[in-house]
Design a protein around this ligand. Structure first.
Ligand SMILES: Cc1ncc(COP(=O)(O)O)c(C=O)c1O
Length: 314
């Protein structure tokens, strides 16, 4: 179908506006509003194969954030949250996927190209992907090398960071492309005040003297579902945690730094701007939080946040 070789599994089926359709039929017109103005909001959700069966992690939390994003952008959704949650489960089941990366997407559709979306419909799809480790298979164990980006994170009162909108990822693309062009795995963006915000697609945590610090929501960060889980797990493990401004230089003198995200999970950062973080290897607090998160996903630790949504495949 595509001129270039795609990395998609094109045998998978997609949920589109209430119907399950073949991959090749899940297309949109070139004149849809979202194509021109970035008028979409979306989620990235993972389903894991666990010892207790397959489970979608943070399903209700992610769909709540999807609806929050839609509300911020004045996008009325013609389905309930429960219906979209069901659609996510259905996509896993119909494709017989015991693990998956799901991409629910809400977008302004086909009607006009005025900046004001007027009567453009709000279309919705749930796309399944087979995605492995986002930052590479070794990243979780060895850690990654990152840089502070020369691009600033989207500013408050420009593009709302609490919404996960397609448009925000133009900023993320600049951060990520430049970091990779410079030979780093990922870039960290500072906010307009010069404090650390987050990675192009991950939240960030910094540890010094046994205390964990993560930038507050007012630092132009996405309210990550994994971020919330890690803050909770710090409490369970009696690790002191605060949400506070993180000056750039704290990255260089930190004992440990790590990224969190649905795709990145808990990824240790071993250097920032070629300066080793701690001893240049994943540190003990990072590894204990990474372990605790995977234990929760695997059902070996009580799921106090009710993140796991188990489903069956016939
Ligand atoms: C910009 C950004 N920050 C943070 C995150 C992590 O969020 P979550 O843990 O909900 O995946 C993501 C991933 O979606 C992201 O794109």
């Amino acid at each position: 179908m595509a001129a270039t070789k795609s990395k998609f599994d094109e045998s998978l089926k997609i949920w589109m506006n209430g119907k399950i359709v073949e991959w090749k039929d899940a297309t949109v017109h070139i004149a849809v509003h979202a194509m021109h103005y970035g008028s979409s909001v979306f989620e990235g959700i993972r389903a894991y194969k666990t010892p207790k069966g397959s489970a979608i992690v943070g399903l209700s939390q992610h769909i709540r954030r999807l609806f929050d994003s839609a509300k911020i952008y004045r996008m009325p959704v013609k389905y309930t949250r429960e219906e979209i949650e069901k659609a996510c489960v259905e996509v896993c089941q119909v494709n017989k996927m015991d693990e998956a990366y799901l991409r629910p997407l809400l977008y302004r559709g086909y009607s006009s190209l005025g900046v004001h979306p007027r009567e453009c419909p709000i279309d919705i799809a749930v796309i399944p992907l087979r995605w492995g480790k986002y930052l590479g298979t070794e990243a979780l164990e060895q850690g990654v090398d990152v840089c502070v980006s020369s691009w600033t994170r989207i500013a408050p009162n420009t593009l709302p960071a609490l919404a996960k909108s397609g448009a925000n990822y133009m900023n993320s693309q600049l951060i990520n492309i430049d970091a990779q062009n410079l030979g780093f795995t990922e870039g960290i963006a500072l906010n307009t005040e010069g404090y650390v915000s987050e990675g192009s697609g991950e939240n960030i945590f910094v540890i010094r003297d046994g205390r964990v610090i993560t930038p507050p929501l007012g630092s132009s960060v996405l309210p990550g579902i994994t971020r919330a889980a890690i803050i909770h797990l710090c409490g369970e493990l009696d690790i002191p945690i605060i949400e506070d401004h993180v000056p750039r230089e704290l990255l260089y003198i930190a004992d440990e730094v790590f990224f969190t995200g649905t795709a990145a999970e808990v990824t240790p950062i071993r250097s920032v701007d070629k300066v080793a973080v701690g001893i240049g290897k994943p540190g003990p607090i990072t590894l204990s939080l990474q372990k605790a998160l995977f234990e929760m996903i695997d059902g070996k630790r009580e799921d106090k946040l009710k993140l796991l949504h188990y489903y069956k495949i016939d």
